[in-house]
Design a protein around this ligand. Structure first.
Ligand SMILES: *[C@@H]1O[C@H](CO)[C@@H](O)[C@H](O)[C@H]1NC(C)=O
Ligand SMILES: [Zn+2]
Length: 273
């Protein structure tokens, strides 16, 4: 199924995007197959051509993800965000949206003097953000929305645990039955979810902040990114099981905030020749 949507009708778009579950693309009973991918002409270099509403992907100048340069991108102490995440002793839903694996949980984050409510969290392999040039095997995005529809993302870079290193139990439990959601449209249950350790991790870390965009079409801007500086660990065996399903769902590194979109930059050079 192909979607050609007009500006403003993103609400009816495939729900496979980063903004799924927010007012930009509410959850619905029937999940549409994703219109975009990560390879070829429907991959990130062609997202703007899939729908007219996706133009920001090619011309927006505050796009995500970025290479976070410490000292250039500012940071705050994680305590300021007052992140609260509800625990689920009996697990939560984990759904395969075709372009990501997404789980549903409730929680809040305090940002710009407003409470933001958690809509969902989802995963990327490899990481979308880089820190000082370095990328990581995975990244998780917790997507929040304020009452007046400001979007905010709390992102964690995920490293594989080395010998003798501990991993975060909640990451193991999220993916406990991930094989049951290996195909688009399949829904499974997570194991018990306890976010206490993850919340402590945010409190004990600096958090990089910048204004960026959805990292999937329509690449809408004014998304408040909060990337936790210290990575979290996942078991190598769990990582491999998840990578087998997610395969590759990471947008390429965008230009620094405020600088020309890299696609626009490439067009200028091609047009001049
Ligand atoms: C989140 O909270 C809303 C509103 O209270 C509720 O309807 C929904 O079922 C909750 N979802 C989860 C996953 O807890
Ligand atoms: Zn994402």
């Amino acid at each position: 199924m192909k979607f050609f949507v007009l500006l403003g009708s993103a609400v009816s778009l495939a729900s496979a995007m980063c903004s799924h579950g927010t007012s930009l693309s509410p959850r619905s009973d029937s999940i549409a197959a994703p219109s975009f991918g990560y390879t070829g002409t429907i991959g990130p270099l062609g997202w703007h051509s899939i729908a007219s509403g996706n133009l920001e992907c090619a011309i927006g100048e505050e796009q995500s993800p970025i290479d976070i340069l410490p000292g250039v991108i500012s940071s705050v102490s994680g305590t300021t965000l007052n992140v609260q995440l509800q625990n689920y002793a009996h697990g939560a839903e984990l759904e395969n949206l075709g372009t990501t694996l997404e789980a549903f949980a409730n929680g809040t984050m305090f940002l710009n003097n407003k409470v933001h409510s958690l809509r969902q969290f989802h995963f990327h392999t490899p990481s979308e953000h880089r820190i000082d040039g370095e990328h990581y095997p995975m990244e998780v995005h917790f997507v929040f929305e304020s009452a007046d529809h400001d979007l905010a993302v709390l992102g964690f870079l995920i490293e594989v645990a080395g010998p003798g290193e501990t991993s975060l139990p909640v990451l193991r439990n999220v993916f406990r039955h991930v094989e049951d959601a290996s195909e688009f449209g399949e829904v499974t249950h997570t194991g018990a979810l306890n976010f206490d350790q993850l919340r402590r991790h945010v409190r004990d870390s600096d958090v990089f902040q910048y204004s960026g965009s959805l990292t999937t079409p329509p690449c809408a801007q004014n998304v408040a990114f909060n990337i936790v500086r210290n990575p979290i660990n996942i078991d190598v065996s769990v990582y491999k099981r998840v990578k087998k399903i997610l395969k590759f769902n990471s947008r390429y590194t965008q230009n620094h905030p405020g600088e020309k979109n890299l696609l626009d930059f490439a067009r200028d050079i091609l047009d001049a020749n």
